[in-house]
Design a protein. Structure first.
Length: 278
């Protein structure tokens, strides 16, 4: 049985389209029912009749074909979406070839991890980052209206350093954690005597100390730089065959191959040290 009406007005009460005795508890029952509400038990389609070829969801909204509005859904108020594992994605967004799939005006906060395909403007910046200098650019600390730009030093290793001054001693104490961080066989030392020629030399070193010796046993007074390569990451493949960074021999450095839990010290891809000083 079917009825056709030009208009339907429900003054108070509820509009319920459901099997007999089906009552939506969220909308209240009996004296507690919420007036001016509606409930539809099955799938509901809004918009053009041919917008969907089959029942895709409880609520299906397509473009209307009456006055030609721009959007299928326009929400003036907050939206709360809570997935229930019915599909692989709690929210799936796609866009046409000429529009962005998702545009956020304002800040975006994500409590979990973020992943994405290697494409677009951000990927383009990543693609050239390996070949360009790695600068930092700040407001000039001394000159009004000027800026200051430095760039990272580059080399064939993942290196660290410590520096300081030795005065009246014959040892340089290395940071306590260096024994677990650096390869002792990659350590190198630079010394700069202060005040007088001391003929200071590096006598030997280990994972804890650099042992110095000066002419005639005189007290040492010098600046120092100590450099070393990290041992918690594999040595770099400085030269390798390939067309882009994606061809780097260690797949742990390629997020497309190893997107989660990469092992940068994977023994399978360990090569020889690029700096050996012992």
């Amino acid at each position: 049985m079917a009825f056709a009406f030009d208009e339907i007005f429900a003054y108070g009460g509820q509009l319920i389209v459901a099997a007999k005795k089906i009552v939506p508890k969220a909308l209240g029952v009996g004296e507690n029912k919420v007036d001016h509400t509606a409930y539809i038990q099955g799938n509901t389609q809004i918009g053009k009749p041919d917008a969907f070829s089959s029942a895709k969801a409880t609520l299906m909204v397509g473009r209307e074909d009456t006055i030609g509005t721009d959007n299928s859904v326009y929400v003036n108020g907050n939206v709360d979406i809570r997935g229930d594992s019915g599909t692989p994605n709690g929210l799936y967004v796609s866009g046409g070839a000429s529009v962005d799939s998702l545009f956020v005006q304002g800040d975006l906060y994500v409590s979990g991890s973020i992943d994405g395909g290697n494409k677009g403007r951000l990927a383009s910046r990543f693609g050239v980052a390996d070949s360009k200098p790695k600068p930092f650019d700040i407001k000039h600390p001394s000159k009004e209206g000027w800026r200051l730009r430095y760039a990272c030093i580059e080399g064939p290793e993942v290196g660290v350093y410590c520096r300081g001054r030795v005065r009246g001693e014959k040892i340089i104490k290395l940071p306590d954690y260096w024994k677990d961080l650096v390869d002792v066989e990659s350590i190198s030392v630079q010394l700069q005597p202060i005040g007088a020629h001391q003929d200071v030399i590096v006598k030997r070193w280990d994972e804890n100390f650099i042992y110095l010796q000066a002419q005639g046993g005189m007290p040492v007074n010098c600046f120092y730089h100590v450099y070393a390569a990290r041992k918690d990451v594999n040595p770099l493949y400085v030269e390798y065959e390939g067309e882009s960074w994606k061809d780097y021999p260690d797949p742990n450095f390629n997020p497309e191959i190893t997107p989660e839990n990469p092992n940068y010290n994977d023994p399978e891809y360990r090569t020889k040290r690029n700096t050996i000083t012992i």
